[in-house]
Ligand binder design. Structure first.
Ligand code: PLP
Length: 230
């Protein structure tokens, strides 16, 4: 099978899983965005995925992403930064991305706001929550969401859109997703710009959709197994 036929088959399978999960949850598939996670993937693979109708891509490594973005600039893709964010990388993210999903402390908020170029629209921001309170894991504690949200709302160059979570590996994610849904509802009730709950990956998108996810981030199920972890 050619690479493109393989991608087409994988994309159809992922779309079908999303539709079935939405049907089971009584939700509209139009309310669940599909973000293609393209870390470690080549510009050619991203181009092929775009030709199949995908326009939003998620990247974890800022420098790697910027090279690919330059090569693919003519396609007008939407780029989400989803990896752990170090403060020395905020300028790259503020300059080259449309969304950042991994904001978890006020220092990042201040830097991203100051560094967002004036000619670009405000940077869309999701607060990453360490929903299982794992040590050493990216994301703020659930209690810190409120203060961080207030800080983001006060910044003219940032637009608060919602929350992102990555549940602990190796256990049933349903409880974590349900807690994230409760936090998200509380935030969305108060903040009109909040419309995005980013949760669900290749292995758990069904559970995430049952718990109200509005954006699933899918890598392996779309592009195939990743080359060795880095
Ligand atoms: C790699 C990654 C994904 C995609 O994971 P898959 O299991 O390959 O679908 C989603 N979100 C984040 C933050 C990631 O780093």
């Amino acid at each position: 099978m050619s690479v493109n036929t393989e991608l087409e088959r994988r994309l159809a399978a992922v779309r079908k899983r999303i539709e079935q999960a939405c049907a089971a949850a009584g939700r509209s598939p139009a309310r669940v965005a599909l973000l293609a996670v393209s870390k470690t993937r080549s510009p050619a693979e991203i181009r092929a995925m775009h030709a199949l109708g995908i326009a939003a891509f998620g990247e974890n490594y800022a420098a790697e992403a910027v090279d690919k973005q330059a090569e693919l600039a003519a396609l007008g893709l939407t780029w989400h930064f989803i990896g752990p964010l170090q403060s020395n990388k905020t300028r790259l993210v503020a300059t080259h991305f449309d969304w950042v999903q991994s904001v978890d402390r006020d220092k990042l908020v201040r830097r991203l706001d100051a560094q967002r170029p004036p000619e670009r629209p405000p940077l869309n921001v999701l607060i990453q929550v360490n929903i299982d309170r794992e040590p050493q894991k990216a994301g703020c504690d659930p209690e810190a969401v409120e203060a961080l949200a207030e800080s983001i709302l006060a910044r003219p160059r940032l637009a608060l859109r919602g929350l992102m979570v990555i549940p602990a590996a190796g256990r049933d994610p349903a409880a974590a997703f349900a807690r994230a849904q409760a936090l998200y509802r509380h935030l969305a009730e108060r903040v009109p710009s909040v419309d995005t709950l980013s949760m669900g990956m290749s292995d758990d998108l069904e559970v995430a959709i049952a718990c109200g996810s509005t954006m699933v981030r899918i890598g392996t199920a779309l592009f195939g197994p990743r080359p060795a972890a880095r």
